[in-house]
Design a binder for this molecule. Structure first.
Ligand SMILES: CC(C)(COP(=O)(O)OP(=O)(O)OC[C@H]1O[C@@H](n2cnc3c(N)ncnc32)[C@H](O)[C@@H]1OP(=O)(O)O)[C@@H](O)C(=O)NCCC(=O)NCCS
Length: 338
């Protein structure tokens, strides 16, 4: 096992990591699309300003460095006040303590860097749940992932939904990101739209000031994650009343990720959520002809959003958990006993 920098890694190592990731997906999430080796190095290397990502790989040490097979990988993303882990082990090499060793090395570093808590996303009905619970992580938050298969969409019904917004609002489509002139209002909408859901560890970035938003968009582009934005503008004031963000990753362009959808409180009840999401799907049909599915994550209590997603044809798929652990306790638990 060794610390590993994707920036200087060989092409063979990146390829090998993608192969292992695809074996993991085939074993644990067989309906998810496999990754392509496109901008994977950038995906792993690039972070938001002020964040750091440290990685380690487990490989066959009989082969020269750079030529061997990567069969385990861990990354530690250091955010402001929390470290976020991602761990994977090749399905054929599981239950030999490798996962635990990978976590141990990352947690030791988090401890040395002065972090007191560490979070991780674990997917329901996969071995990761038993793994993190065995290590003493505690379940903090749950969301449900839903997937929309575009082949099941009734496009004429969708057009009607896209047009079903109340008078006084205009819908705008912005591939690549919101225009500079609207960034301030966009950031304000994100701030006001937050539901004050304190339980969410916020492992996924959300940006609610204009500079952070610029940085976030720039980081997405650098990581090969192409953002698409649809906005509802309140015509009387020109402010952003609602927004929906979707990202098409270069690594699996057939399945897009839905990011935030927000309708500012005073503009709720005017059909904005439904109209902006429908417009997004209509635009993607031409902008991304290779796209087959969209996945989204919702808290189980966000009923109105779940209702709109169901109308659009999203089918709930799996529970998605956030786990958290105290770094000092974990270090102690994972210290070799001999
Ligand atoms: C979770 C994961 C990292 C575990 O790796 P591993 O090398 O098998 O883990 P370890 O051998 O160190 O297991 C440590 C302990 O966790 C628990 N555990 C791990 N897998 C388990 C399983 N399938 N069932 C029950 N307990 C399990 C056990 O207590 C185990 O100790 P034991 O084997 O002595 O009983 C691995 O299954 C994996 O890569 N999963 C996919 C990760 C992921 O979410 N990827 C992103 C989406 S594809």
């Amino acid at each position: 096992m060794r610390e590993w920098d994707p920036r200087s890694a060989s092409d063979q190592e990146i390829r090998s990591l993608v192969e292992t990731l695809n074996e993991v997906l085939a074993a644990d999430l067989p309906d998810d699309p496999p990754w392509q080796d496109v901008q994977v190095r950038e995906y792993l290397a690039e972070t938001m300003p002020g964040q750091r990502r440290i990685s380690w790989v487990a490989e066959d040490d009989r082969l020269p460095e750079g030529e061997s097979t990567v069969f385990g990988h861990v990354t530690l993303l250091l955010l402001g006040d929390i470290g976020v882990l991602e761990v994977l082990v090749h399905p054929q090499l599981r239950r030999r303590g490798l996962g635990q060793q990978l976590v141990a090395v990352a947690v030791r570093r988090a401890y040395l860097e002065g972090f007191s808590s560490i979070g991780v996303e674990a997917i329901g009905d996969t071995p990761a749940i038993a793994f993190y619970e065995a290590l003493g992580f505690e379940r903090e938050y749950v969301e449900t992932r839903s997937v929309l298969n575009l082949s099941s969409v009734d496009w004429s019904a969708l057009s009607a939904m896209a047009n079903g917004i109340s008078a006084g609002y205009r819908v705008e489509y912005h591939p690549g990101g919101p225009p500079e002139a609207l960034l301030e209002s966009y950031a304000q909408a994100k701030l006001e739209g937050q539901d004050g859901d304190d339980n969410d560890l916020d492992l996924r970035p959300s940006s609610s000031d204009p500079q952070r938003l610029r940085d976030s968009l720039d980081t997405l582009h650098r990581r090969g994650l192409k953002p698409y934005i649809v906005l509802a503008i309140h015509e009387a004031t020109g402010v952003v009343a609602g927004l929906t963000e979707l990202v098409v990753p270069a690594q699996h362009p057939e399945r897009a990720d839905q990011y935030d959808t927000i309708v500012v409180r005073e503009h709720r009840g005017y059909g904005i959520d439904r109209a902006i999401k429908a417009r997004m799907l209509l635009e993607l049909r031409t902008a991304e002809p290779g796209l087959r599915e969209v996945q989204t994550w919702n808290a189980q209590h966000s009923e109105s959003m779940l209702k709109v997603n169901a109308e659009l044809g999203f089918q709930s798929d799996r529970d998605w958990y956030e786990y958290i652990a105290d770094v000092a306790q974990l270090v102690q638990r994972l210290e070799p006993t001999n």
